[in-house]
Ligand binder design. Structure first.
Ligand code: BGC
Length: 759
């Protein structure tokens, strides 16, 4: 199904004298009976198109290639820095965008070169990886996904945009919307986890947060949907590894979050490092042109990932950089990140007819479109005001939001005998583990300008909450790296004489993120030994986990009295954890990515298929392991709080649905405990018999509901044909006639259900 949006825009020309981006056109595509809408984004402005035409007429080919070129500054690189002297490149008009340069003054200086010392004075675009905050660091995106609160993700992205736009930036390389089902992959921390629906909702929220309502507002940033596509399906969870998935899995699982963020207006897309069906994503016309531009009507620009054009040579698809560049530009790449391949080859390739001038003009238009949308042609320095920078960075309001969102992102995985919340009326508390006082680790990977010295560590947070009357014994055991047991004895001693023991466990910040895959996803180092020895003292202990991925922790699950998954919580780590540990607030997050019992189960995720021989413990020839359960340690959607909830049977207002119909599903949820609590009520759908096999269940809706002790509420969801749709046997998208079972409950194992029939 292809629609050429640019042709259709002819119809919009009568809007061309409106100075704002205020018109929105809907193109209704009919895809096998389901209506898909391609929305002209709010940042598209016909007036700018006329300006771009004029500019294109004046530009030399070299200047055009410059707009297709992105180089890093010499700050914060994530790969080889093969450019030196980028200032000279700016001056020559051969460089249109810079990344890893920030702060208002520094970027103003670079911008001045572009605006005042080049022939056409085209402003530079400044990009940076603002993934979970700029200076005020929020929880890692995986943690935020666990809040099941898109408003929180939108708010943290909005604050990140506020801070970074004040620090000279225009463009963030976020959100990362790669579905990730293999916790060995270090980059699971950057996305929303394993689920398609949660990924759609969280990705769209982040785009709204970064871009706001109007890119011309100087407190907004261009978003970048990355990594297009299927980067999360790297074989064996090893970063940059081969991806080999079916077209159906690509469409059902990996593409929907990209479509969702495109619909939310994402201005740019980044290609991924991986190959897909034998073709690296950066050379993949099927992805970049057929799907992204033709089927989805994307009007923003596509940037490569870091040197991913050059990497086509080791991939084995191009003999040299010139050939790699040809593959990329012809597949639909608009901007080359850091590879200098377009920079070195494209001019010649246009001159000798290997690349059509139209390809270049289209790419440059898409890049300039964003510079216009940001208002850089009106005032290239509107993001470079150091007074504004001072006033907007790490403000008390931003810190307060970071604390609240961190609280909402932490998952109570275990809480035997109501160990938590702890009383503040203690005499002595033992705090064990180096992570308890490590600011650097709390901000996790991709921490932009986040600084260890800004962080409230767990130790500081506990001391503040408890005041000086409580003695806090901190034992700084570093059990994470290596085999050193230094501090074990002291830790056990402190535990024995304490009223409460808090053990900080997990990974250091650089153990997840890019190029940080792990083959063993247990607790690293000698932390298991520490857990074992602590448990032998007979003192109950609370484990607080810091990590960027689900860990396989069956032993800890047996030995700890309570486990709080704090992830990498950001600048306000210690305050947020103390708020939860002492019951000033209660945990409410749920697992966004399944915790396996052991790495051998990976990939293990809730939306699996049933197989023809579903597990039966009494039947040998069924789908199971000899030495491990099939079920995970903590399933998707799971998480406790300081109260309990019960669910009534779900009820449907109709038992049948047709193509344009809707069915309401109602459930009563009751707080059966003694405290106020928030439950994430989740709705899952299972298609009982389809033209292709379907997952055992798929999340289709959720609501966060706060209930006081004893209170009941009726929660209502509305299901549409879209919620029952999937890529059918013939690869058309839509629902199928037949029965669908609808489950409602507090995690992905929800048992209560109602069946509806689609006619
Ligand atoms: C990563 C991207 C990132 C880019 C720029 C790459 O190595 O894969 O996610 O945006 O570097 O820092």
């Amino acid at each position: 199904m292809c629609v050429n949006i640019m042709q259709n825009l002819g119809a919009a020309n009568h809007f061309s004298h409106s100075t704002k981006v205020s018109f929105v056109l809907l193109f209704i595509l009919t895809v096998a009976g389901i209506q898909a809408q391609t929305v002209v984004p709010a940042w598209y402005n016909q007036v700018h198109e006329v300006e771009i035409d004029k500019l294109l007429d004046k530009m030399t080919l070299e200047e055009k290639v410059g707009q297709m070129t992105l180089f890093t500054s010499d700050w914060d690189v994530t790969g080889p820095t093969i450019r030196k002297g980028y200032e000279a490149d700016i001056k020559s008009g051969r460089l249109g965008a810079i990344f890893n340069a920030h702060t208002a003054d520094y970027n103003r200086r670079l911008q001045k070169i572009a605006v005042e010392e080049t022939r056409l004075g085209i402003p530079l675009l400044f990009g940076y990886d603002v993934i979970h905050g700029y200076r005020t660091i929020f929880p890692i995106p995986l943690a935020e996904a666990g809040s099941f609160n898109p408003a929180a993700a939108e708010e943290s992205a909005r604050i990140a945009a506020r801070e970074s736009a004040a620090a000279g930036l225009h463009w963030t390389f976020a959100p990362m919307v790669d579905i990730a089902r293999d916790p060995r992959w270090g980059r699971v921390m950057e996305g929303a986890g394993e689920d398609v629906y949660l990924g759609n909702v969280m990705g769209a929220a982040r785009v709204r947060g970064f871009q706001g309502d109007d890119l011309a507002d100087p407190f907004t940033l261009l978003a970048c949907a990355k990594h297009f596509a299927a980067y999360g399906a790297a074989q064996a969870g090893r970063d940059y590894h081969t991806v080999d998935i079916s077209e159906r899995v690509l469409h059902d699982i990996y593409l929907p979050p990209f479509k969702a963020v495109l619909d939310a207006g994402a201005a740019t897309f980044m290609t991924s490092f991986n190959e897909l069906d034998g073709v690296p994503a950066t050379a993949n016309e099927h992805l970049l042109t057929e799907i992204l531009r033709e089927d989805w009507g994307f009007m923003g620009f596509v940037v490569t990932d870091y040197t991913s054009i050059n990497e086509m040579i080791p991939h084995g698809i191009a003999k040299d950089e010139a050939e790699a560049g040809l593959l990329a530009v012809n597949a639909g790449v608009d901007m080359d990140m850091q590879g200098a391949v377009f920079y070195n080859n494209l001019r010649k390739q246009v001159e000798n007819g290997e690349v059509a001038m139209k390809m270049i003009d289209d790419a440059v238009r898409r890049v300039l479109r964003m510079k216009f949308a940001l208002g850089l042609f009106d005032d290239p320095y509107r993001y470079s005001d150091s007074e504004r920078e001072k006033a907007n960075i790490l403000t008390p309001a931003h810190r307060e939001a970071a604390r609240r969102i961190a609280r909402e992102s932490m998952i109570l995985l275990k809480n035997d005998n109501e160990t938590l919340p702890l009383s503040k009326n203690l005499k002595r508390i033992a705090v064990i583990g180096s992570l308890a006082d490590s600011g650097a680790d709390m901000i996790g990977a991709w921490h932009a300008d986040g600084r260890a010295e800004d962080v409230v560590t767990l130790l500081t947070g506990l001391k503040e909450a408890l005041g000086s009357a409580v003695k806090v014994d901190f034992v700084d055991v570093d059990a994470i790296k290596g085999t050193d047991r230094k501090g074990f004895d002291e830790a056990l001693k402190a535990a024995r004489s304490a009223d409460a023991v808090i053990l900080a466990l997990g990974e250091t910040w650089e153990m997840s993120g890019e190029a940080a895959s792990r083959a063993d996803i247990g607790l690293p180092g000698v932390q298991d030994q520490l857990v074992e020895e602590l448990s032998q003292t007979g003192k109950p202990f609370v484990a607080v986990l810091f990590n960027g991925r689900p860990l396989a922790i069956p032993e800890l699950d047996k030995k700890a009295a309570a486990i709080l998954e704090a992830w990498f919580p950001g600048t306000e780590a210690g305050h947020a954890i103390a708020d939860l540990l002492f019951g000033d607030d209660a945990p409410s997050a749920k697992v966004p990515l399944t915790f396996p019992r052991s790495v051998g189960q990976v990939p293990v995720f809730y939306a699996a298929k049933n197989t023809g021989r579903p597990r039966n413990p009494n039947e040998k020839y069924t789908s199971k392991y000899l030495d491990e359960e099939n079920s995970p340690l903590y399933p998707f959607g799971y998480g406790l709080t300081y109260t309990t909830f019960s669910y009534g049977d779900p009820v449907a207002d109709k038992t049948e649905m047709n193509r344009n119909g809707k069915v309401k599903i109602l459930t009563t949820v009751t707080n059966t405990g003694k405290r106020t609590g928030t439950e994430v009520v989740q709705l899952y759908v299972r298609d009982l018999a389809g033209s292709v096999t379907r997952p055992l269940r798929e999340l289709k809706a959720f609501q966060r509901v706060e209930l006081s002790a004893g209170e009941s509420k009726t929660v209502s969801f509305e299901l549409t044909a879209e919620d029952l749709s999937f890529y059918r046997r013939d690869m058309t998208f839509g629902p199928e006639a037949g029965e669908y079972q609808v489950f409602v409950g507090g995690d992905s194992r929800a048992e209560k259900s109602v069946t509806i029939t689609f006619k």
